[in-house]
Design a protein around this ligand. Structure first.
Ligand SMILES: [Zn+2]
Length: 441
């Protein structure tokens, strides 16, 4: 601010002052450089290539070519046999903030898809059919629309000859989705983490992972653990019940204890953005014909708040089961079946909460014409693996998570376009934009 002439400065960093006027010019240039047709074409192309977890290689060449078009040095590296991650780099000046844009390239499978669309042109999950503003197809929301947004943003900066004002890494990783046997262990993003630890890639200060958020900015996520209580007794012919050890009856006692525990979990503290943790019994299986049931299993899922510890929650569940009276010669064992970044499951995260870059991203979104909303994710993804690297991480991407993993999966193309605009603006001035969302309103 100079005497006699008020300049509405959006923020300062390292002596840079970005005025509202300069931001407006940039906005006009960037918005003009990204056409809806371009993001539509990109999204259609990505969705048309089937990449159910395990098939990530099918998109490798396309992603490499599009990243190169966006001015990146490109590197493909296999995290498992025949399954590559694709990395893009645009190194910045020394001291520039290090930004990671990340997305997963794999999708869940297409079981049940065709049946949901009898006689409709959306029946082919890889046709990328457009109806109204929405593009339908497996992976459209989760999360090829987000990847298209990243690519379109990079293409625009390249076309305009704008250098990102950051040191940029792009990571398109596989193995995020669970559902296919032997996969879904976050092997892709773990390889990225190894490369950062080996100093092959820079440590990110801030990471935007393009999970579908309908362009809300999710700065935290719950953790989760999925498990099974295996109750073992012994079977006997129904006419001689005293010879058997009834596992189903013991499971009944354990169920009671788990439901009481679930009530305690529901009554415990609340996270301001994630809400309360959930303990849910999701299934019971047992019995074997006309005999004393010798075996029974109880399935459960527990979400974990950032203020809770995964290990302690695991101990609570084990202790709940151990305290239930089971009867003579019946045992119960708790097994956790969905290990991600923690042996018991996936860790909670809130590394993005209060991060200065979140304000910049919100400002970029507002400048692009969106309405920034900062919230907590209702799901788990790989955010916690990024915070292990020291990054402040958020989810931000087009599409509704509610359609993901269903035959209704679709992404609104105007959201993909808005994501591309916001990401391009963020990259062009990642920290200078801080506070603009407020000064604009
Ligand atoms: Zn996803």
């Amino acid at each position: 601010v100079h005497r006699g002439r008020r300049v509405r400065s959006m923020a300062t960093r390292g002596g840079t002052v970005v005025t509202v006027g300069a931001a407006e010019t940039l906005r006009e240039r960037i918005c003009a450089a990204i056409a809806l047709e371009h993001v539509t074409e990109l999204t259609q192309h990505l969705v048309s290539v089937r990449t159910v977890t395990g098939e990530e290689a099918a998109l490798a060449e396309v992603l490499a070519a599009e990243l190169a078009r966006g001015g990146c040095e490109v590197q493909a590296r296999e995290f498992a046999d025949g399954r590559p991650n694709i990395f893009g780099r645009r190194p910045g000046r020394i001291g520039a903030p290090r930004v990671l844009l990340a997305g997963h390239t794999d999708t869940v499978n297409v079981a049940r898809w065709e049946r949901a669309w009898p006689g409709d042109r959306r029946a082919d999950p890889f046709a990328a059919t457009i109806v109204g503003d929405d593009l339908y197809g497996r992976g459209s929301a989760d999360q090829k629309g987000g990847i298209a947004g990243i690519l379109a943003a990079l293409h625009a900066l390249e076309r305009l000859g704008l250098e990102p004002a950051c040191d940029l890494t792009v990571a398109f990783v596989g193995d995020e989705e669970s559902g296919e046997p032997g996969t879904g262990l976050s092997a892709g993003v773990r390889q990225y983490g190894e490369m950062v630890r080996n100093a092959e890639l820079p440590t990110p200060d801030f990471a935007i992972y393009t999970e579908p958020t309908n362009l809300r900015i999710y700065t935290c996520q719950p953790g989760f653990m999925i498990g099974e209580v295996i109750v073992t007794g012994s079977s006997s012919y129904f006419a001689y019940p005293s010879l058997g050890r009834d596992a189903l009856r013991a499971a009944h006692t354990i169920l009671g204890a788990l439901y009481e525990y679930a009530e305690r979990v529901a009554a415990a503290g609340e996270h301001p953005q994630i809400g309360r943790a959930v303990m849910l019994v999701t299934g019971v299986r047992g019995g074997e014909g006309v005999a004393v049931p010798g075996r029974c299993s109880i399935e459960f899922i527990r979400t974990v708040l950032p203020c809770e510890s995964m290990d302690e929650v695991g101990d609570e569940i084990r202790a709940t089961v151990a305290a239930a009276p089971l009867g003579r010669d019946v045992t119960a064992e708790v097994a956790f079946t969905a290990s991600r970044d923690h042996v018991l499951g996936g860790s909670p995260s809130e590394s993005g909460r209060g991060a200065p870059e979140v304000e910049s991203l919100a400002a970029a979104l507002a400048l692009a014409g969106g309405t920034p909303t900062i919230a907590g994710a209702p799901y788990w993804s790989e955010m916690s693996i990024l915070d292990d690297l020291g990054a402040r991480a958020v989810y931000f991407g087009p599409g509704d998570i509610a359609t993901a993993h269903t035959p209704l999966e679709s992404v609104p193309l105007p959201e993909v376009l808005l994501a591309a605009h916001a990401l391009a603006l963020f990259l062009a001035m990642p920290l200078a934009l801080r506070g603009a969302a407020h000064s604009e309103s």
